[in-house]
Design a binder for this molecule. Structure first.
Ligand code: ADE
Ligand code: ZN
Length: 326
């Protein structure tokens, strides 16, 4: 969105963010021009007209198509710098950033190009933007586990500066258990583990992500509300759920923001925090998510502070960094 909301008073961590989902229409056109790539849209308005999604897949189709403009390390670096600049204005002080390496490898862009392009900017993010950062390699669950294992081994072989792995893309029909060996290998390598679950998929996918993959944090997780026993477990174990309200509305996981389960999740005592997911596609950054939540759902000061504190405590930042931010 154009209008920038006043940043929340509390320091925030953004824990659910796909760096490719920060590619704004203006940058798509600028990179296309720089790389001599012909876009299938005549102008910005024609591109923006495509941002009407009916479900997760209709978004993913555009998200993957727009990645065609990312060719060089500089492209990945420019995209990352633009996100950090905007996130700093939103009050983000720590960010855990997912990258989809397979979405670039399949287009002939090397692992070195995408990883080094993003990582080169993250290396100085704290000095340049006041944001500590970690990089998470996310694997596309609609591809095979063999493909994911190959890419993970290549990341380990190149000593890629990744803190953990995630699981994203088309959820329904691609249950977490499909990636049991991938997550076991990541655990052996000392990596942190997260997965998207319960965005469009059923509550059983959340249980599988916890029990079969051993994830420490669940991305989205909103459909846990359909299973009271699961909610009880998530509360008891303080499992972090990285909720993305504007994303859920745009991808039709919920009808409208007024119907979003976040207030019920807070009331249930779940460890939830607010994130932007793919802010260039879903109508705003984390401050926009807070602003719209407040105007539509009227979050209390207590809830706002709790959401911010949850984001810091649920992060993989060092204890020292957490203490600075809490
Ligand atoms: N990749 C980027 N954003 C995603 C989302 N919200 N769900 C699944 N995969 C994604
Ligand atoms: Zn996501």
């Amino acid at each position: 969105s154009d209008a920038q909301a006043a940043p929340p008073v509390m320091p925030l961590a953004e824990l659910h963010l796909h760096i490719e989902g920060t590619l704004e229409p203006e940058l798509i056109f600028a990179l296309a021009e720089r790389n001599g790539i012909e876009l299938p849209y005549a102008d910005l308005d024609e591109l923006r007209a495509r941002y009407e999604f009916t479900d997760l897949q209709s978004f993913l189709d555009l998200y993957y198509a727009n990645m065609a403009v990312l060719r060089t390390e500089a492209d990945f670096a420019d995209m990352t710098r633009a996100y950090l600049r905007r996130a700093a204005a939103a009050g983000v002080r720590h960010a855990e950033i997912m990258l989809d390496p397979q979405a670039h490898l399949s287009r002939g862009v090397s692992l070195e190009t995408c990883v080094n392009g993003v990582a080169s900017v993250l290396a100085s993010s704290r000095d340049e933007f006041g944001i500590s950062t970690l990089l998470i390699a996310a694997f596309l669950r609609d591809l095979s586990e063999e493909s994911a294992l190959e890419v993970l081994e290549a990341l380990l072989a190149m000593n890629a500066p990744i803190a953990g792995i995630g699981l994203d893309s088309a959820e329904v029909g691609n249950p977490p258990a499909k990636f049991e060996r991938l997550f076991a290998r990541a655990g052996e390598a000392g990596l942190r583990k997260i997965a998207h679950a319960g965005e469009e998929g059923p509550p059983s996918y959340i249980i599988e992500a916890l029990d079969v993959l051993g994830v420490e944090r669940v991305d989205h997780g909103i459909r846990c509300m359909e299973d009271p026993e699961l909610v009880e477990r998530l509360v008891a174990d303080r499992v972090p759920l990285t909720v993305c309200p504007l994303s859920n509305v745009r991808l039709r996981a919920v009808d409208k923001l007024a119907d979003h389960p976040l207030p019920a999740m807070l009331a249930a005592g779940l460890n939830v925090c607010v994130n932007s997911d793919d802010p260039a596609y879903f109508g705003g950054y984390v401050d926009d998510n807070f602003a719209q939540l407040e105007s539509v759902l009227g979050l209390s000061e207590f809830d706002r502070v709790r959401l911010a504190a949850n984001s810091i405590s649920s992060s993989f930042a060092s204890d020292e960094r957490k203490a600075e931010l809490l």
